[in-house]
Design a protein around this ligand. Sequence first.
Ligand code: ZN
Length: 378
Amino acid sequence: MPSFVRFCFALSLLTACAPTDREGSALANAATPESSTGGSVIETVRMDTADSDTVGANRSQMLAANGDQPGIVSMSVAPVAADSAAAQRVPNEYGRIPVVEYHLVDSTDGTYKVSRERFRAELDTLYARGYRPISLAEMLDKKIDLPRGMSPVLFIFDDASPSQFRYVERDGQLTVDPTSALGLWMDFAKDKPDWRNRGLFCLLSGAEAGRSFFGNKGIEGQKSEWRFPKLQQLDSMGFELCNHTLWHARLDKYDNAFVQEQIARGELAIDSAIPGYKVRGFALPLGMWPKTRELAWKGSWTDPKSKRELRYNYDAVFEVAGGPTRSPYDPNFNPRSISRIPLGKGMPLFPTLRQLEKEGPGGRYVSDGDASKVAGSP
Ligand SMILES: [Zn+2]
């Protein structure tokens, strides 16, 4: 591991961790390409985090999109009222869809972090308010099929930290840690047949601090050999996998070749875990577009060792913020710039849900219960 590779995730060290271009190109050379046989990503390197100015800009955007009401994390809605509320909602399948964005799920709220209690409360709130998880494929393919009066929500988990998906090992058996986000989700869903396992995990495969397919090298008790089984388990449960680059490089800072290598190697790692997996979505690290915008969804990279060329071509690109996204039936829906709702300290869900309750443009997508028709008008 090169000496300049540093633990860099702690946001309190943002300025110190902001990489220079020199380091970036050195890292590109230092990184170990996968083998031609589809070998896994072995080496992990540090994540690019934003410099302080960029974080300021992003947080401003986030707060503008969500309102700054850190004290409000959830709302209680009487379950009895849920059915009648659904019946009263006017179908509008041109309405907006919340794409909620989680990073760490931990003991407390923080920057890019929500507490476990808050995560659970937000699941409760969304459920009580008539939101149901959909997949990215359902959105992109315009196959959202929910009961009348219900609304879609797309869950996205970024950065592949152990806090999202941890295993615990007992007597040689691996089980999902009930305190990880996936464990909390499973417990929440167990008595709710209308809450399906749908959502997207936007993965890093070679970043430091355990951000390598949910943990490696013993970080938070996670073994490197559990990484591929975790991806396979998510896939078999009904969740989808999304690329978030190899180690979270800020794509605006690098040249076109480096950008494509970061993205292609992220995809190659997913393919190593699940051969042939069709990745349809890409999340921009820190919301930063590469200088050549198109490279976020389409490009190629040739492994210098094997001479194998890997091409990528994504249907969806996710921004880091921007509020509820347009319905796929909306003529102005742009799948290569899907806005999201980042959740963390100072970035509550409540203002977004309140915004979605208003009637007219900007109001929530409400299903008519008939998958063959599109209710409402653009
Ligand atoms: Zn990220």
